[in-house]
Write a protein that binds this ligand. Structure first.
Ligand SMILES: [Zn+2]
Length: 399
């Protein structure tokens, strides 16, 4: 599944033009006018920018409606309305996790994403349907994208008896990460919920990535409990908190001590840079030493009609939400969607250096900030040394 390629005339992060020699999927030389080994494929980079593959660190591959008839959303305003609506209509709407995750994975790949972390629903209505479907896609499309699965108790963990056992089954089946969800407002049992998900992490030696939509003081309370358990169980570096809207509370006395502890216990934050909710302050977190990643979250599903799997667009949202205007700030937004995401997902050999895996994107713009601002559809995407998409066309076809 690896390939060799001599990539001529590309500009790493918009710097000086170089050639990249890729052998067996890895970058083996970077330099000017490299000699082409006999028989190697040569690609003219045309002076375009090259960056490492985009990292989609939070999505839901199992629930997209891509390729299905338009879904008229008449769902109620509460989180629970969306949760219950989806669970009750998934089969009726024919949201087959295997097919839908394949469609979204191809879309992500052709836009330049080379790594995806997908939360996958585990509930008593559908059991392992989602996990099995996304695992099928993970295996079948390994040539274009790497996918890791988070076992995700979308409908709640303790409020629906039987879910915890299914979560255990999902971890046994090979999910890489334990998920969780709003311990106060969904399960209404913060101690019970967090003790249960952390116990699963301990049992399987896996990280945690927990959805925390809870706002303000409630969210801060849950976050504090998460920090407490991360410290007590020695799980520094192994916990991600997704959304963390509470960190967008404009009250330094509430959030500054939390940010200090996130840095101390190396707890990562995932933000979609939402337009309509309080959002974690990206620059402040990065400056404090907190890893920050981003993701599309759900893409065109029963929750919302939005999303196109473009992580360059997501970088723009991160920039807009955080008032990033300077080129160096826009670069930070891109870092959140590339290198920072790679740190959160603990991707080995990520980057543009010799020895790194050749997961790359070529962009026909002058600067990084221009790439984020313009989001050109002309992109070449390379996975383990092989060109897997050109100008919006993937080498794989969607089911
Ligand atoms: Zn999510």
């Amino acid at each position: 599944m690896t390939a060799s390629l001599l990539l001529r005339n590309v500009r790493p992060y918009a710097g000086k033009a170089v050639d990249l020699l890729i052998e067996n999927g890895k970058i083996t030389q970077v330099g000017a006018s490299l000699a082409a080994p006999a028989g190697i494929a040569v690609e003219d980079g045309k002076g375009e920018i090259v960056i490492p593959g985009l990292v989609e660190a939070h999505t839901h591959l199992d629930k997209s409606l891509l390729g299905l008839p338009w879904y008229t959303n008449e769902v109620g305003p509460r989180l629970l309305d969306k949760i219950d609506n989806e669970r009750m209509n998934k089969k009726r709407l024919d949201i087959d996790p295997a097919r839908q995750s394949a469609r979204q994975s191809i879309l992500s790949s052709l836009k330049g994403t080379t790594h995806i972390r997908s939360h996958v629903d585990v509930d008593t209505e559908h059991g392992m349907w989602g996990v099995e479907g996304v695992m099928k896609t993970r295996d079948a499309y390994r040539d274009i994208v790497d996918i890791e699965l988070v076992a995700f108790p979308q409908s709640g963990l303790l409020r629906r008896p039987g879910t915890l056992e299914l979560m255990d089954q999902a971890m046994k089946a090979g999910c890489e990460i334990v998920g969780g969800l709003d311990p106060c407002t969904i399960d209404r049992d913060p101690k019970g919920h967090l003790d249960a998900v952390f116990a699963l992490c301990q049992r399987y030696g896996k990280p945690l990535d927990i959805h925390l939509h809870e706002p303000g003081e409630v969210g801060a309370f849950s976050l504090d409990l998460i920090i407490e358990r991360t410290r007590a169980l020695g799980m520094a570096g192994k916990v991600t908190v997704s959304h963390a809207f509470c960190l967008g509370t404009p009250d330094p006395a509430l959030i500054d001590p939390l940010i200090d502890q996130l840095a101390e216990f190396d707890i990562a934050i995932m933000t979609t840079a939402p337009a309509s909710r309080p959002a974690p302050p990206v620059k402040k977190l990065l400056q404090a030493g907190v890893r920050v990643c981003s993701g599309s979250d759900g893409i065109r599903d029963t929750w919302s009609p939005y999303g196109n799997a473009d992580m360059l667009e997501r970088a723009m949202f991160v920039g807009l939400r955080n008032n990033f205007r300077r080129d160096d700030e826009v670069r930070l937004a891109l870092d959140v969607c590339t290198t920072e995401g790679a740190k959160v997902m603990e991707i080995e050999g990520y980057g543009l250096d010799v020895g790194c895996v050749a997961d790359l994107v070529l962009l026909p713009t002058e600067s990084i900030a221009e790439a984020v601002a313009n989001r050109p559809p002309q992109r070449r995407v390379i996975k383990r040394g092989k060109i897997v998409a050109r100008d919006g066309v993937s080498i794989r076809t969607a089911p």
